[in-house]
Design a protein around this ligand. Sequence first.
Ligand code: DGJ
Length: 333
Amino acid sequence: MRITIRVLAALLLFVLVASIFYFSSRTTLAPVWLDNRGKPIQAHGGGILKVGDEFFWFGEDRTQGLDPTRKYVACYSSKDLSHWTFRNQVLKLSDPENLGPGWLVERPKVFYNEKTNKYVMYLHLDDKSYKFARVAIAVSNTVDGDYHYLKSFRPLDMESRDIGQFIDDDGTAYLIFESRPTKGFVIAKLSDDYLNVEKQMSLVPKPLEGGALVHYDGLYYVIGSHLSGWTPNSNVYATSPSLEGPWTEFKDIAPPEKKTYDSQSSMLLKVVGDKTTTVLFMADQWEPKALWDSRYLWMPLEIGDGKLHLPPPKSWAIDVKTGVVTYKNRLWN
Ligand code: DGJ
């Protein structure tokens, strides 16, 4: 009898703790973000390229029911960063390096090369056990595709998994990549035609992925997440006056127990308006068992004087002309 009561009490305690954990980890689940067709935006692990006054959002298209032998990248455009028009499934790739079942494409990032007048897409290309660890390149004459596969390689002969993109104020293009064996977070300059990774600027000796960079008010701010697969962790940042370092110690971008509000960094987008400059934190809330239902957490950052802080998520809108953000007095939309 005594044992039964103890077992029951233990069971009850387990259910209580599990439900507290489940519900607290779900409080920041972002709503589904719909495109102009009323379909959920499929641009996971994404990046943004601004062309004229339009923003183009590229990301992994994880729509259910797509041909499982192919991997897809979708592209959306917007003039206000809020309403997105589906443009095209810009890449429909079939296993270009014979990696076999489970091969994958992640975190597409597109750069525009003025010299060649080409749009150059970088991708993380891998096999199902993430051993291939290379970047791939696909190229297009127009921003919204179609993009054609060119090649894959290991940047600077290093393993490369998560990638991030950075275009400095002078227009120079950089790739950020995670190199696990060197436990490093690499920032490297692209070649003139963007078809190669040419020069290491920094190897930040820290095992981080989901790399993103922004140049704000004379300082570089780099963000990354710890290595915990699809599970969220507390993303961190460091700063440096130069891309070559030295970088400060890494600090949490939000209270560590919030686990970046259940998200993982994908890009920092600087919106330079005529009144102010706003830096947006773009992140994914992964749903590993239903990747198509992964959500996006985008929030304006509090940034300056070497400090960066991700405030609790709430609903906001930006005037891209002025750069000014207005907040709505409610959570999400
Ligand atoms: C974390 C990465 O940031 C994602 O892009 C993805 O590769 C997962 N790991 C896979 O576990």
